[in-house]
Ligand binder design. Structure first.
Ligand SMILES: Cc1cc2nc3c(=O)[nH]c(=O)nc-3n(C[C@H](O)[C@H](O)[C@H](O)COP(=O)(O)OP(=O)(O)OC[C@H]3O[C@@H](n4cnc5c(N)ncnc54)[C@H](O)[C@@H]3O)c2cc1C
Length: 417
């Protein structure tokens, strides 16, 4: 089934009876060429690119809940390529290029909107740091424009410029940054993978990983054992728990990150605005809700709900920046489990077990990485070679200290991220 304007029109005029399910609901087979554990954005995109780019179609994605029920459907939907360090820079640049062709590639409307992202700065030192970041982005082939205070005012006149706790000195505009509808991304990749023959198996929790003589042999699940010579662990906030099934101890801590959305309002915020100094960022969804968030709840947890002190902190920061939002009513809030690495950068690598691969450590930035991550892990699983844009995401950097990608500049302390 292909989507098109003509099809939407025809279905609309004939009672919408022609739409079928977007993917099958197959029983697990006894054996696959490859198994992906985790049906989030990264697991689904990995399966899609394994099938599309490498012709591997005898694949299963095993998801313990339902597709899109994890962080891929819980994030605040920001898509950007404004990273500073070599290693991250080329990876996110590649991912953004994939986003730009994603809807055509998947034949699915993921509502990718390049409305522009503005990172505010509030001191001379911060301006210098953002100028360097902007130059790094331009050198990478992406876009960046340094705005002074009046430049920011032109785009975001509703900010409190005059009595703010942190005076606004300017901002870094990344015009190709923006948002996308998060659950549609999961559905689009799921549909694309299913169309290429991938089995998407929901309500199937992996409970063990079978290893013999240093090689992976398959997995144990709540729906029986399944054999495979290649297995990818792609479970985001549960990375530590699933890797432990293979005897691995990962340098990852899981923390809760919360998000908030208001009642629907008329269009008022037409960019993504990031106020790092106050740990606050905001955009407006196509339905009109103001979508915003802040920093991590500062303790390790597997509970996907947050606490009130952090909610209060986020509201305060929002009010400091744009007092007008005090009039909006918060409708919903929720939390997701973040897989935090010590250097704030991800892992896409082989493991010491032959045939077992790991993808995780996305911290709070893994939604924008969904296309690039799946593309690169599929390359690694199919060919055995690291995909160039993701070649620095090695696990052993945490053991050796060589190749640490400390994007946040906070050193090896989780709690400073
Ligand atoms: C509030 C919030 C805001 C965020 N905002 C942004 C943002 O604006 N931009 C951005 O780039 N990133 C953002 N992120 C981060 C981003 O959402 C995540 O990094 C990314 O979604 C993680 O990858 P995923 O989609 O594969 O994870 P998930 O969707 O969590 O997928 C992992 C899947 O693995 C499954 N699983 C776990 N254990 C097992 C098992 N044993 N067996 C089978 N299946 C299992 C889970 O059920 C889950 O469905 C945000 C996250 C949160 C919580």
């Amino acid at each position: 089934m292909r989507f098109s304007g003509w099809r939407v029109l025809r279905e609309g005029l004939t009672g919408n009876k022609g739409w079928g399910p977007h993917w099958r609901d197959p029983e697990p087979k006894a054996e696959y060429d490859a198994i992906i554990i985790g049906g989030g954005g990264h697991g689904l995109s990995t399966a899609y690119y394994l099938a599309k780019n490498h012709g591997m179609t005898n694949i299963a994605v095993l998801e313990k809940g339902y597709l899109g029920g994890g962080n891929v459907g819980r994030n605040t939907t920001i898509v950007r390529a404004n990273y500073f360090l070599e290693g991250n820079s080329e990876f996110y640049s590649h991912s953004l290029k994939l986003w730009e062709g994603l809807e055509q590639d998947l034949n699915y409307n993921v509502m990718h909107s390049q409305r522009g992202l503005i990172n505010l700065f509030h001191s001379d030192g911060q301006r210098d740091a953002f100028a360097r970041r902007g130059n790094a982005m331009i050198n990478q082939g992406d876009d960046a424009e340094l705005l002074d205070r009046e430049g920011v005012r032109k785009y975001l006149p509703y900010l409190d410029f005059d009595t703010a706790r942190f005076p606004i000195y300017g901002g870094l505009l990344h015009g190709r940054g923006g948002t996308a509808r998060h659950d549609a991304v999961a559905w689009g990749y799921a549909r694309g993978a299913d169309q290429r023959g991938v089995d998407l198996i929901q309500q199937c929790e992996v409970t063990g990983i079978d290893i013999e003589n240093g090689k992976v042999r398959g997995v144990q699940t709540t729906r029986g054992s399944i054999r495979a010579k290649k297995v990818g662990i792609v479970v985001a906030g549960r990375s530590g728990q699933v890797a432990a099934m293979a005897g691995m101890r990962l340098p990852i801590e899981s923390h809760v990150l919360q998000a908030f959305v208001t009642e629907g309002l008329k269009p008022v915020i037409d960019h993504v605005v990031s106020f790092g100094m106050g740990h606050f960022y905001i955009s407006q969804s196509d339905k009109g809700g103001l979508v915003f968030g802040g920093d991590l709840d500062f303790y390790a947890s597997y509970a996907s709900r947050g606490n009130l002190p952090m909610a209060e902190h986020v509201m305060e920061a929002g009010m400091t920046l744009m007092p007008m939002i005090g009039k909006a009513k918060v409708l919903r809030s929720w939390g997701g489990i973040m897989d935090m690495t010590p250097d704030g950068s991800p892992i896409i690598d082989k493991t010491e077990t032959e045939g077992l691969f790991i993808n995780g450590g996305w911290c709070y930035g893994g939604f924008k990485a969904v296309p690039g991550s799946g593309y690169s892990l599929a390359h690694l699983m199919a060919t055995g070679d690291h995909h160039a844009p993701a070649a620095k995401f090695r696990l052993d950097r945490f053991r050796s200290g060589v190749g640490i990608l400390d994007e946040e500049g906070t050193g090896s302390q989780h709690n400073l991220h």
